[in-house]
Design a protein. Structure first.
Length: 470
């Protein structure tokens, strides 16, 4: 306001001087209007008041530092899960020292030991139930191809014979127990034997209360049947926790008696919180397999059936004995020896031709039976291979260019060093672009030759066109 007065007074004096002085009243009237204008309060908001800096700081909340990252969350974020991994789960029941078991559900302990040796020789990792569940739940990774061992029912020989054999190999295993066959005498395991088994590497899971076909109502009303299922699922696990929970060896898993189940049983198992449930359907378990429908290969004791397929892993599959043939080994002096059987192209090799020559070298094996040899190639089926007994080489020249970026080969044969059919399969990769790029680089692009004049009409030389070097 003061500044306004300073600038306005000179204007007032000028107006007074310039105005025609005709009347004192007019002069007074003019000065009154100017004074009124000077004293008038300006419309609208006045100048904003500047805040007190000390007040701003006093009212500012203290800075909040973000909490440190949760170590567990950071660990989970760093985990990379191999969703292409496959687990072959073996299922056994009872064990004996008899050379000829009386039932497929009983296996001779020496045959069992030999099977574990095959797993070891094949360099197939054996994982625990906890490792398997952590993988399925995205908590930890596992090897691409691995084995898990389970035993059903709780026969005494599981402790007296099988447990020590598995301990020799350092293999973890899981035993599914049903309540009515624990500590009841006869050939059932005692509580102390189960605890000793857990101390030697076993985990235990539920196999129901009565080991009955849970999908069969047996004349029960719907309400009674539902109550019975609840007991079979829940009481069996609670029994294990009450009696063996302090050992840390109880896992909340379930094996369907006889492998039989229904959608209702699955739903009830999920509601009760079972982490997984197991069938007797022989198949590899992948990451996306239903956790309540996990298959197992039940190994037969009299014929040893299902063990071979369990150790074969699909397109690049190898039988237990076959895997040993293509692996390095050590002699008695501890020296590393190369594999007895080699393949060309090698496993996982990247070839640059779409017409590769496939070969397998059996020259280090004795007594190869030529008529037993068969070869299959992905997309072609049975391949008409050639076998040279002098060199021990099996060969097959592909007759047409491969159109895929990988190729699988499976070779089977017999030899005098084994009573079993050897089965060796492998995959190699095909670089589809390499062949095209090689051809393209080998071509020299030349300019079109034309009959151009070398002289003009006056006989003077004509400049010739030039090309850039390739």
């Amino acid at each position: 306001m003061e500044r306004l007065r300073i600038f306005t007074l000179p204007l007032l004096l000028a107006a007074v001087i310039l105005l025609p002085i005709t009347s004192c009243e007019k002069i007074k009237e003019a000065t009154d209007k100017v004074g009124e204008a000077l004293n008038r309060t300006p419309e609208g908001p006045g100048p904003a008041n500047q805040p007190d800096p000390t007040q701003i700081l006093a009212e500012e909340p203290d800075a909040v530092m973000p909490p440190p990252p949760d170590p567990e969350e950071a660990r989970k974020a760093a985990i990379v899960i191999n969703k292409e991994a496959r687990v072959s789960i073996l299922g056994y029941h009872d064990f004996t020292t008899d050379e000829r078991p009386r039932s497929d559900m009983i296996i001779n302990i020496d045959d069992f030991r030999d099977q574990l040796q095959q797993i070891k020789d094949a360099e197939l990792p054996v994982i625990s139930m906890r490792e398997f569940l952590d993988w399925k739940q995205g908590e930890a990774d596992i090897p691409a191809e691995c084995i898990m061992i389970t035993v059903d029912d709780g026969w005494k020989a599981t402790h007296t014979l099988a447990t020590d054999v598995m301990a020799e190999f350092g293999f973890p295993f899981t035993v599914f127990l049903y309540k009515k066959y624990v500590g009841v005498g006869g050939r059932s395991m005692t509580h102390d034997e189960i605890r000793d088994m857990i101390a030697k590497g076993a985990t235990i899971g539920s196999h129901s209360v009565s080991h009955s076909n849970m999908a069969k109502k047996g004349g029960k009303s719907t309400d009674d049947y539902n109550k019975w299922l609840k007991v079979e699922l829940e009481e069996s696990y609670q029994f294990l926790m009450d009696n063996f929970g302090e050992t840390g060896g109880v896992v909340k898993i379930f094996a369907y008696p006889y492998g039989i189940y229904s959608d209702q049983i699955k739903e009830m198992a999920i509601e009760y919180g079972y982490e997984a449930a197991f069938t007797v359907n022989g198949k590899k378990t992948k990451w996306d397999v239903d956790n309540l429908e996990v298959g197992r290969y039940i190994v037969h004791g009299t014929t040893l059936a299902n063990f071979g397929p369990a150790l074969s892993f699909g397109g690049g599959s190898v039988s237990g004995a076959g895997r040993k043939l293509i692996s390095e080994s050590k002699n008695e002096d501890g020296e590393v020896q190369g594999p007895l059987v080699t393949m060309t192209p090698a496993k996982d090799a990247n070839v640059t031709t779409r017409l590769p020559l496939i070969q397998m070298d059996l020259s280090k094996l004795d007594g190869v039976v030529a008529d037993s040899i068969s070869m299959r190639v992905t997309g072609l089926g049975m391949a008409p291979h050639k076998y040279d007994p002098e060199t021990g080489i099996i060969s097959y020249q592909l007759p047409m260019r491969l159109r895929t970026d990988s190729c699988g080969v499976m070779v089977q044969f017999n030899h005098s060093g084994s009573n079993d059919v050897e089965k060796i399969g492998w995959n190699f990769k095909v670089d589809q672009l390499a062949e095209y790029l090689s051809k393209e680089n080998s071509l020299i692009v030349s300019p079109m030759k034309m009959n151009l004049p070398t002289e003009d009409a006056k006989g003077q030389p004509v400049a010739q066109p030039t090309t850039a070097a390739n």
